[in-house]
Structures are given as structure tokens and as C-alpha cells.
Design a protein around this ligand. Structure first.
Ligand SMILES: NC(=O)c1ccc[n+]([C@@H]2O[C@H](COP(=O)([O-])OP(=O)(O)OC[C@H]3O[C@@H](n4cnc5c(N)ncnc54)[C@H](O)[C@@H]3O)[C@@H](O)[C@H]2O)c1
Length: 332
């Protein structure tokens, strides 16, 4: 084996993690590297991870390295290369005697978690660590975590790959093209119902979406709302939120960051804005990204945006700004 990588996963006893964790050690995600896992849960359920570790051992993954589990995030963070922050407090549960229904409560409670985790990552994670926030509200959790980490050499991302994959699937059905021929599906903005899935700049068998999908009504009335509401549709159908598709999307994001992006292509995730496309600096916003040969992740800057696209992106950016305002008490 060539080298090793240490991956921290929070929410490790949850639904997404159950699909995600085996794929981290299957010899594909990190190619032939040995993968050390540090699994993190809250104290109330951390002991359940013993069962997951037993299953991992029983699965015979030749690339699996050392596996540990803990409720001490700081301890887990030491020298980690990757942090997959899946754990968060969902809407609807009773927390400290109060039912969490409002997005502002959700932002505040999860925000508190991400202050502590951010500080630990900044202090104990590797200098070039990559952090993917999956737990919702993902963009603002990442915003809080990055602010607390105060370590500019680390890369904070919030996951929009699931939205991108959902959008590709819808376009594949609409155009009767194989899903493998649908590329460059950019999700702009927030991972929330305001996100803007960009059908104009998608590549369909090598052609731009704007030249193939000549049906603005379908884009506005069917495509965009279907992507924006797909998470809710899955919850309604399954009685639980997307788990295996979310896990696959997290793996896709890791792989997109581990391997150079093909020339002219891009992948979707939200990262801290440097002012690109007029998104205010510092917001964690969905952009088209490229993994460069030197391992860095860059925003692809040559995407042309119609007025319609700019208006839709602005709506989502405005939402990110209002979330930023709602958590300003967590900024130090
Ligand atoms: N970004 C996306 O595309 C996307 C898609 C689907 C789900 N999600 C989000 O992912 C999150 C996890 O979903 P799930 O279905 O696995 O939920 P789940 O409830 O099955 O699991 C979440 C786990 O996180 C743990 N947890 C909570 N706070 C923690 C903390 N501070 N440290 C460590 N662990 C902690 C909980 O104990 C629980 O076991 C949710 O917030 C969900 O909304 C995001």
C-alpha cells in the first residue's frame, strides 16, 4: 500500500454513516491508500459504534487501517486528513426540553456544535485537511466551523453533490441520455430549497444544456422545483431522509477532491467565496469547482450566467446572508 489517510466521521451511528463508512475503506474512494477511521458520536449513543466496528471487521476490507470510536471530537481530530461532518441535530427533535421546529433554532443549536468542532479541526487537523459538512444547515454550519477553525490552509466545504446527482438524474430521464453523459451539473448557492441547479451550463453528451433544453417552462416549473424539493419528496416516500444517496454523494465529493478534474469539467460543492461571481466574500456558497494537479481546489471562473441565473443565485445568496446574520453571535 502506498500511503495512509485518516478520516474522521461524525454522526457515525446515523443513517448516512451506515452507508458511507464501508465505502471509505473499500479500496476505491482513496484508491490503494490505507484508511484509518476515527468515528465520532454523542455520548448517549457512542457505545453503539462497537457494533459498527464489528461489522467493519467482519466485512474484510484489505485497505482498512486502524478504526477507533469516541465521543471526544478533539481526540479524534489529531492529524486527520479528512473530516466528514455528518452529525447534527435534526429538525423536529426535542432538545433541552424544546421541540426544534424553526430554522433559526436549528441554525443556533447546530452552530454551537460547529464552533467546538471547528476549533478542534483548526488546532489538531492536518494543515491541508479537507472538511465536508453534510449535516444541515450545511452551508452555515461550514461557515461557523471555518470561522472557528481559523486555519486558512484547510478547506471547508458543504455538500451539494447530492443535489447535483439528483439534477443529473432528472436531465438524463428528460433527454434519454445515459447518466454518465450528463456532466458539469453546478448547484449555486445554499443547500436548501433556494439552491439554483444550473441547467444552462450542464453538459449533455458534450453539448451545453442551453442548446439542448429549449424549454424554459420545463426548466422553471419542473426541473428546478424538482431538484429543490427532492429531499422532501424522499422523506415523504421513505419516512426518513435520504441516506444511501447522501452517502454516495459524500463519496463522490471526496473522490472529486482526490483526483484531478478533467480539463473543462467541474464538480459541485459549496466553499468559501473569494468574491467570485459577485458572491460576498466568506459566504459558503455552491460553486463550480476544479481539483487542480497540485491538489488544490479552485472555483471555475469561466461560466457564463444568464440574467435568469443571476436572479436565482441572488435569492439563494440573500438566504445565506440572512443565515449569517442569525448566527453572528457564534462568530469570534
Ligand atoms: N447536504 C446534504 O445533501 C444532506 C443530505 C441528506 C441529509 N443531510 C443531513 O445529514 C445529517 C445526518 O443525516 P442522517 O440521516 O444520518 O441522520 P441521523 O439522525 O440518522 O444521524 C445523525 C447522527 O448524528 C449524531 N450527532 C448529533 N450531533 C452530533 C455531534 N455533535 N457529534 C457527533 N455526532 C452527532 C446523532 O447522534 C445521530 O446518530 C442531517 O443533518 C441531515 O439533514 C444532508
Amino acid at each position: 500500500m502506498s500511503s495512509s489517510v485518516k478520516v474522521v466521521v461524525t454522526g457515525a451511528a446515523g443513517q448516512i454513516a451506515y452507508s458511507l463508512i464501508p465505502r471509505l475503506v473499500d479500496g476505491r474512494t482513496f484508491s490503494n491508500k490505507k484508511v484509518d477511521l476515527a468515528l465520532v458520536e454523542i455520548p448517549q449513543v457512542v457505545d453503539k459504534l462497537e457494533g459498527l466496528v464489528m461489522e467493519l471487521e467482519d466485512s474484510y476490507f484489505p485497505n482498512m487501517g486502524n478504526v477507533s470510536y469516541t465521543d471526544n471530537f478533539q481526540e479524534a481530530s489529531k492529524d486527520a486528513d479528512w473530516f466528514l461532518l455528518v452529525g447534527s441535530i435534526p429538525r423536529g427533535i426535542v432538545y433541552n426540553g424544546k421541540k426544534i421546529e424553526e430554522r433559526s433554532d436549528l441554525l443556533s443549536i447546530n452552530g454551537g456544535i460547529f464552533v467546538d468542532q471547528g476549533e478542534a479541526i483548526g488546532n489538531y487537523g492536518k494543515e491541508n485537511a479537507k472538511i465536508l459538512v453534510v449535516g444541515n444547515p450545511a452551508n452555515t454550519n461550514a461557515f461557523i466551523g471555518k470561522n472557528a477553525a481559523k486555519n486558512e490552509s484547510q478547506l471547508w466545504m458543504a455538500m451539494t453533490m447530492l443535489d447535483s446527482n439528483r439534477a443529473k438524474s432528472i436531465i438524463s430521464k428528460k433527454t434519454n441520455k445515459n447518466i454518465a453523459d450528463i456532466k458539469n451539473m453546478i448547484i449555486w448557492g445554499n443547500h436548501s430549497p433556494t439552491m439554483y441547479p444550473d441547467a444552462e451550463n450542464i453538459s449533455i453528451d458534450g453539448d451545453l444544456g442551453s442548446s439542448i433544453l429549449n424549454d424554459q417552462n420545463w426548466i422553471q416549473d419542473i426541473f428546478i422545483p424538482s431538484v429543490q424539493q427532492r429531499g422532501k419528496a424522499v422523506i415523504d416516500a421513505r419516512g426518513a431522509s435520504s441516506a444511501t444517496s447522501a452517502a454516495k454523494a459524500a463519496i463522490d465529493t471526496v473522490m472529486a477532491c482526490e483526483h484531478p478534474t478533467d480539463s473543462g469539467s467541474c464538480f459541485s460543492a459549496a466553499i468559501s467565496s473569494d468574491g467570485a461571481y459577485d458572491v460576498p466574500e466568506g459566504l459558503i456558497c455552491g460553486f463550480p469547482l476544479m481539483r487542480m494537479d497540485d491538489g488544490s481546489i479552485e472555483i471555475k471562473r469561466d461560466i457564463s450566467l444568464s440574467n435568469f441565473a443571476k436572479e436565482r443565485i441572488q435569492i439563494s445568496v440573500d438566504e445565506l446572508l440572512s443565515e449569517k446574520e442569525a448566527v453572528k453571535h457564534l462568530m469570534k
